[in-house]
Design a protein around this ligand. Sequence first.
Ligand code: CO
Length: 289
Amino acid sequence: MTQARDPAIVTRTIRGMAASDGAGVKLTRVIGSPQLDMLDPFLMLDEFGTDRAEDYIAGFPDHPHRGFETVTYMLDGRMRHKDNHGNEGLLVPGSVQWMTAGRGLVHSEMPEQQSGRMRGFQLWVNLPASAKMTEPRYQEFAPDRIPLAEPARGVAVKVIAGSIEDAHGATVRGPIEQPATEPLYLDVVLEPGAAWETALPAGHSAFAYAYEGDLRIGEGDDARALAAHELAVLGGGDRLVLRAGEGGARLIVVAGRPLREPVARHGPFVMNTREQLMQAFVDFQEGRF
Ligand code: CO
């Protein structure tokens, strides 16, 4: 037996498909599409990014969620959210909102700007059967509450969830807590040609999504190129090796423990059985969210 970690390899690359959600917000759906239905525990990944106000201005008016978590990470722009339990907040560039919908809530996510760039991600993370009906909960952090590490030369990493080692071997931990899936969520900036290796949690589903520039993932003959707006599904090992191309790269790296439970989903409800899904519709319609 060797203690050395095997490098992760790219098992698939996927380009998102153009989609529209909310009241007509244009976005790119990367997970939760015919190409990649889900990557347990991740149910959906949307990238939104536009300078055109008409692509986002209608926002996401009141809509329900039950049975999972929505994670909004803003790169540019301002979005105000409000829910029917009296929670309200403003998402600004670099902030994260990790919303555990649990048993259910109704909320809106509306742009708080008339012009300029709106850019970021929304990720849906499933909850185990035992946690689907918990009380709704928010973990919301402003940019200055998210640790920024420089684990190698030319590498800057915002640690939103999970942990990495910095250049001195000290652990840098993100503020999000979710024991059910133990998520890792990193926003990585690689300067041109910069390289970085980091550990992925063993046995967890993992992906990297490049949103600017390009890079290579893996080692030697197994290394694969990843272009901007491509997602790499990772497998085969738990040591992630990244090397930026000549223009540098920006990407998110996300991992989580698969739940391996049946999934019954329709729109904003994600349960384990069809019966529970029907109950979600009834509860929503009868105002029990
Ligand atoms: Co929502």
